[in-house]
Design a protein around this ligand. Structure first.
Ligand SMILES: C[S@@+](CC[C@H](N)C(=O)[O-])C[C@H]1O[C@@H](n2cnc3c(N)ncnc32)[C@H](O)[C@@H]1O
Length: 470
């Protein structure tokens, strides 16, 4: 039985037709079934070997390229292919935008099944590389060997790595020499940390045995030039910990915030861990349109700062504020959208589930001398109820920016019940956004749609929709 599923078939001269969800491309097999293929570009003609056979589709890989798509470009990164981070680096940027736009359109049309206005042109990111303000790398004592390295026949031992997880392989880390996603000194920091640790025989984490010393590295950079470095250790080893942190402090005096965590849990999330500040302050400052936002090790902040500004500007424009409105900012995070629109509103109420984020939102508002924003913490489906509305007032505009799962149906129902004139729906997942828009269709008409690209080289896309009461 298992054998049948893994039976390898080769299809020759197949044209890649489309770029699908999750960054894989789509072709058609001679039997009519869809084939999902990574690392190829629509327009390529390839021989495909299947790696998985399912009832309705195949998963495959290109084993030979007969002719290249005109939209294909050379990836700039030496890790392209092995690293799962930038799947579309071999596709020209205008084409990436085309497929992102198409994905949003198809989701809104097919899942939402609603009437749509003509889309406003997708907003591309000015920076197509080095746009991320936060990167997380993992240490491992079992470096992932690429196909080329294995084929080279060289003697390859068990080596340390500091880089990214190989897709779908929790214990394998690709050693990253240069990543094109975060500005310097990100690469220098990572490479020097790895070299220093190796030179001082510090143990890298062993994911299989759950042992070792060095576990993860997080680097945050801000448009203000401030830098945060956080090292997660698996266990305390004061001598080596101080050796490494002192080295960083001296070698990179530009670090604003040098922090660490000692985490011996099975998983490496730091959200339930104590973060200790070793040097400098425990936060960095980001700036947007004169507003300052403090970001600590656990804070959520949009990862492409420049595009976040564009996203918020579109959101504010869609909200059509005159200065008289009561605005609700649902899923406010650290209150960035709320503060960004506050100048043009009478009052803004932000709601968010994470207490630390709300604490940050309040601090940031104070720092920015904003007095017309109020923030409340709680699960949206419980907090955003009739009592909340009667206490804080009927909103004129609701801005909502939920996580990937979209809004809970009770939240959608509550919006429909209080039915403000305008709702601006910001989403990082147009499939769940489409589902929610369908639920709102009886009361609201979609009047503006504008996708925004926050993550060049990946298939991810943000979408802003303006709904007006019918
Ligand atoms: C996509 S982020 C938006 C953050 C913010 N608007 C920004 O631009 O920085 C979604 C936010 O929703 C919050 N969240 C997730 N589930 C929630 C829930 N059930 N109730 C309230 N907030 C929730 C998350 O903590 C996160 O801050």
């Amino acid at each position: 039985m298992g054998r049948k599923r893994t039976e390898r078939i080769v299809f020759e001269n197949v044209e890649v037709l489309d770029a699908g969800a999750k960054g894989v491309s789509v072709a058609k097999a001679p039997d009519g079934k869809v084939i999902f293929l990574p690392n190829v570009v629509p327009g390529d003609v390839v021989d495909v070997q299947t790696v998985k056979k399912r009832k309705a589709y195949y998963e495959g890989k290109a084993i030979k390229i007969h002719s290249y798509s005109t939209h294909r470009i050379d990836p700039v990164c030496q890790h392209f292919g092995a690293c799962g981070g930038c799947k579309w680096q071999n596709m020209a940027y205008p084409q990436q935008l085309f497929y992102k736009n198409q994905e949003v359109y198809n989701n809104l049309k097919r899942i939402g099944k609603i009437e749509l206005p003509e889309f406003e042109p997708i907003l591309g990111s000015e920076k197509q590389f080095f746009y991320r303000n936060k990167m997380e790398f993992s240490f491992s004592n079992a470096r992932w060997l690429t196909e080329e390295e294995i084929k080279s026949g060289e003697e390859l031992g068990r080596e340390n790595a500091l880089g990214f997880h190989i897709p779908k392989m929790w214990d394998k880390i690709l050693d990253i020499k240069k990543c094109h996603l975060q500005q310097d000194p990100s690469n220098a920091l990572r490479n020097e940390i790895r070299d220093f640790a190796n030179n001082h025989a510090m143990e890298f984490y062993n994911p299989r045995e759950n042992s070792g010393f060095l576990r993860t590295l997080m680097i945050r950079t801000a448009s203000t030039g401030e830098i945060m470095v956080l090292i997660q250790f698996f266990k305390e080893d004061k001598k080596n910990r101080e050796l490494l942190l002192d080295f960083l402090k001296e070698r990179f005096p530009e670090i604003t915030s040098l922090q660490y965590v000692i985490n011996s849990k099975a998983n490496d999330t730091i959200y339930d861990q104590e973060v200790i500040c070793y040097h400098g302050r425990d936060y960095i400052l980001e700036e947007m349109e004169g507003l300052k936002f403090s970001i600590n090790a656990k804070s959520f902040y949009q990862t492409n700062s420049e595009q976040a500004y564009e996203l918020y500007a579109i959101t504010r424009d869609f909200a059509g504020l005159t200065g008289e409105e009561l605005v609700y900012d649902l899923y406010t995070g650290t209150g960035t959208i709320a503060q960004f629109v506050s100048k043009k509103a009478k009052k803004v109420i932000g709601v968010e589930a994470v207490p630390e984020a709300i604490a940050d939102a309040k601090l940031n508002a104070e720092r920015n001398q904003i007095t017309n924003c109020e923030f409340f913490v709680g699960d949206m489906k419980n907090v955003f109820n009739d009592e909340f509305i009667s206490t804080h007032g009927q909103p004129d505009v609701i801005i909502t920016d939920p996580p990937r799962d979209g809004m809970h149906k009770d939240v959608v129902e509550q919006i429909l019940k209080i039915a403000p004139q305008r709702v601006v729906y910001v989403s990082c997942n147009s499939a769940t956004q489409a589902r929610d828009l369908a639920l709102m269709d009886e009361v609201y008409k979609v009047v503006r749609v504008r996708p925004v690209d926050m993550f060049p080289q990946t298939h991810h896309v943000e979408n802003v929709v303006l709904l007006e009461k019918k």
